[in-house]
Design a protein around this ligand. Sequence first.
Ligand code: MIG
Length: 690
Amino acid sequence: MIRKKSYGHPFDTEAVVGPCEVLDGPLPFLTEEGGGRFSCPLDEDAVVYGLGENVRGINKRGWIYESLCSDNPNHREDTRALYGAHNFLVVDGAQRFGVFVDYPGKVTFGVGYTDSGLLTIQTEEPDLNLYLIDGDSPEDIVRQFRVLVGRSYIPPKWAFGYGQSRWSYMTADEVREVAARYREAGIPLDAIYLDIDYMDGYKDFTVNREAFPDLSGLAAELKEQGIRLVPIIDAGVKIEPGYPVYEEGVRQGCFCKEADGSDFVAAVWPGRVHFPDVLNEEARRWFGGHYQALLDQGIEGFWNDMNEPSIFYSEKRLESTFAQLDGYRAKNLDLHTYGALQGLVAGLKNNPEDYKCFYHRHKDGLVRHDRVHNLYGYNMTRAAGEAIEALEPEKRILLFSRSSYIGMHRYGGIWTGDNLSWWSHILLNLQMMPSLNMCGFLYTGADLGGFGADTTEDLLLRWLALGIFTPLMRNHSAMGTRRQEVYRFPHVEAFRQIISLRYVLLPYLYSEYMKAALGNGMYFRPLAFAYPEDAFARQVEDQLMVGESVMIAPVYQQNARGRYVYLPERMKLVRFGGSHAAGQNVLETVREELLEPGHHYIEVALDEVVFFLRPGHLVPVSRGGCCVEDVDFTHLKLLGYPEGGCSYELYDDDGFSRDYDDPAHITRICVDGDGMIHTEGTAGKEVQWL
Ligand code: MIG
């Protein structure tokens, strides 16, 4: 049951689309302390799940988190806020409930922080809608919540392939080289990402014609090889007379305004920019319409960046900063004045005061940005999603964003922003995934190999061994860091095996994704969701369930030759790759072993991937391919740990049209007590044991 209680004058975030009961009486589960503050005791064994994109563990206890969309490339243990604001959590203890704080400004969650036995929630202003959900289990609560906030975004099937990105591939020839090197090495690839340098002077929806003389020709040429080009779009629109997007935006009043009605000036990549007022419906339609320029050139996917929105400096703060800097000239700078001087320049970026200087023309009236800060990336991506659906009603387009709020999950996915090439960020990637799924973000993944800092070959191999399970599987890295295209490293064969395995597993991974999206379920689950009675499973922070049949336990420590894995029940270990397997189809490298419940040390070489199959469960796989289109989804092989009779519901479709609910997409794969396979359904699948 979902109950809603409103406080003050809540802003309509449009996060919620489903029904619920309205509560008049006192709040269950939480104590209202007034002023936007709520609390509840946490008993010692209570686990707190959720909060989407944030630092720390699957169990969020023991830290203080903020919902305040931030461009923060330092994802440290003591960070409080990342790019998204996902105000949903589930308490699973003596009390079991879920809470969604629908409030678009800053929210602080103390999860056993000031007092380890206390959960506190504080909104900046006391105007909010609070949703409380009770249910039989955390998973049941999550499902109800997901119905409340609506169906998750579904990308095209090709977007489940592997993508290579870099800030930036500077020319068409550089892009061609990436494609050629992958194809030469026999490593599958479905997408190459274009970062900001494909644009002309960092102007959205333009193309640098010197570096990319014929973008549509390039897109077509790559598509022949099964590779899509995915350009980036930034939030800030460059101020430049003669640039149509800028001129139109000014003329049509589509940019965010200062208090005096002038267009707010900030600066990002191109220098001075205006921000499209995406909280305004007309401005949304106007900005979204511009994606057509790229769709017309054969582009089928986009990533929306810098939409917290990130601000390098505002025009006004820059001026006053220069004035203050002058005051320090020729002074003897001591500890305090030197610190202040440094802070002046550092404080230009994403300054909280700047977010109080501009306004949105929302349907319910003028609203100051800081009060609705967390809705910007959401609405930028919604602008794109709505416009694209109108422009391409018959076709799915890939769309994902950096910043987000719950509700945006209906329009696009997210990547988890600027991580680092750190071993601890493999684990962070893993731990974030189920929390994001709880909040509706299913199409998601991290920058594999790490964005900032220099990667190493072993880090990239281990990270990819996790990344083959994340719906968004993209290798991305920052300008100035060591190149991390996989063919640049000595053990190309190891990369080939691991990335090929993604394509082998696709029938299962895609099916699990689609069932999670269509059924408001989770693609990644904490072990405790699958084994609610198992007290140890509640503590596992470095293993996940992927869909209904598979458990993963990636290696995330350097120089480790394996790791301890906890098995809540008897499971079948499945191992792919390995040096003996060089040159083979990775499917043929499979080795299996039955393991008893409990703790096991499992060796995993750098060129291997292992996962675990649950008893009575099946995993349909393919022979792989060099891109998603190349994968045969009709003649399938079956991996499994059948116990007696068992079955698997396979979802498959053409991967680009939007008729998701057609029952013809379902095939039931049944195995009888003698191990005989038969299928039920009209999709014509042929399934044999591997
Ligand atoms: O401030 O476009 O998170 O993926 O490569 C950096 C350049 C701006 C941040 C994104 C990153 C991207 C980078 N962008």
